[in-house]
Design a protein around this ligand. Structure first.
Ligand code: GAF
Length: 396
């Protein structure tokens, strides 16, 4: 299954039933339990997490479910509805990052991360089903990591409070899969709460649940899957991160988080080239936009966050240079159709756009984006309206 449209009609029960049925069919017994974790969108704060900065994501109502049971030996068998054959591995494959590849690497990575943290990980059989579309920038990988982590922690009776989970799941991705991502996605899918956006300080890992009550404001977040083919996203992500780290080194600060908007002009003057200056300007102004958005939400002024979202998009487009024509088209069309604000969400070079809209205008804004796509000859986008949902949990 490729980056399909998220299925708005799917209920959490469906995906849990698929995981359970897959488990029974594959292993011939009932699972001991089922654990779910959602995808995420980031309301604002892009490429700030690995700069020790601020992010404001929320968990999606689309979930990945892992049905699991312990086994007697120290081996792990994983089946996913994405592929017919299960993958099996033991300590030898787990302890050598990169040995398990493809989607199962996220599972092996979690086992590796837990073992590296000194935890006695129980052998297990697992079956994975998901409504989080793969490859759309909605953190389907973090959802798998979090659901597997939740399952293994409980099956093994591991003494691991949930506030340690995001770092462990991030290490799976950095150290085993080999993607140099920050801590935002794992934090959102583990610590997200229904009706709230998660204000995370990526340096201290302190979180604050910020009320994000779209419903009572008559608002909705429309998510547009740009369906843009990912163009060298991994290499570009790593290049952006390297550029930020080099800039921090030149400026003599631990991370770009330590440069404030008031200090920006002076900092830019010390940087060697226009490209580095643009990267730094994005990160510094984006951190401030997160803080401003949090202030507005605390004051119940949800609609007024719109211009910050749109400014964030312009900064990603012009300064961080991580957007592509499909996402720019979606943002422009959503704004022209009356969205209060719109921006690309996630790492960039494709993925999804979110637009803050009046709930009753969501279908018209979605239509406007679809029309704009057709006019430019792009493949039709996927569209979905979402509300903030809960993070990882055991299902009843
Ligand atoms: C991806 C990464 F996984 C996150 O850590 C974050 O850096 C994001 O891109 C950009 O904000 O989702």
């Amino acid at each position: 299954r490729t980056a399909a449209t998220a299925t708005p009609t799917a209920t959490p029960g469906d995906v849990a039933a698929r995981a359970t049925a897959g488990f029974r069919q594959r292993y011939g017994v009932q699972p001991a339990g089922r654990w779910a974790a959602p995808g995420r969108v980031n309301l604002i704060g892009e490429h700030t997490d690995y700069n020790d900065g601020f992010v404001l994501p929320f968990a999606l109502p689309l979930r990945t479910v892992v049905a699991a049971a312990p086994r007697d030996d120290e081996r792990w068998t994983v089946w996913s509805e994405l592929s017919s054959d299960p993958v099996e591995f033991g300590p030898a494959e787990v302890d050598e990052p990169g040995r398990v590849t493809g989607w199962a690497a996220y599972v092996a990575g979690v086992v590796w991360s837990l073992r590296a943290a000194g935890q006695a990980v129980p052998g297990a059989r697992l079956a994975v089903a998901s409504d989080v579309p793969v490859g759309s920038g909605l953190s389907s990988s973090a959802a798998v990591e979090a659901a597997v982590l939740a399952a293994l922690v409980e099956l093994g009776g591991l003494d691991l409070p949930t506030d340690r989970w995001p770092r462990l799941a991030q290490r799976a991705e950095n150290g085993y899969v080999g993607a140099p991502t920050g801590i935002m996605d794992q934090s959102a899918v583990i610590r997200g709460r229904a009706g709230h956006a998660l204000f995370l300080d990526c340096r201290s890992e302190e979180v604050e649940q910020i009320p994000f009550d779209l419903d009572s404001a008559g608002l909705a977040v429309l998510v547009v899957d740009s369906r843009a083919p990912h163009r060298h996203a991994d290499g570009e992500y790593a290049a952006r991160r390297a550029s930020c780290e080099e800039a921090a080194r030149i400026l003599g600060v631990p991370a770009l988080r330590d440069v404030t908007v008031a200090e920006l002009d002076a900092a830019l003057g010390k940087l060697p080239d226009g490209e580095t200056r643009r990267r730094v300007r994005h990160v510094v102004t984006e951190n401030q936009r997160v803080l401003d958005a949090v202030e507005l939400l605390r004051a119940g002024r949800v609609r007024d966050t719109g211009p910050l979202l749109t400014a964030s998009h312009a900064s990603m487009r012009d300064d961080f240079e991580i957007t592509v024509p499909e996402v720019d088209t979606a943002v422009d069309a959503a704004l022209a159709a009356g969205a209060y604000g719109a921006r690309m969400t996630g790492g960039g070079f494709g993925g999804c756009v979110l637009a803050l809209v009046d709930a009753d205008r969501a279908p018209a804004v979605a239509d406007a984006v679809t029309t704009a796509y057709a006019e430019r000859g792009f493949a039709a986008p996927g569209t979905l309206t979402v509300l903030p949902a809960d993070g990882a949990a055991r299902l009843g």
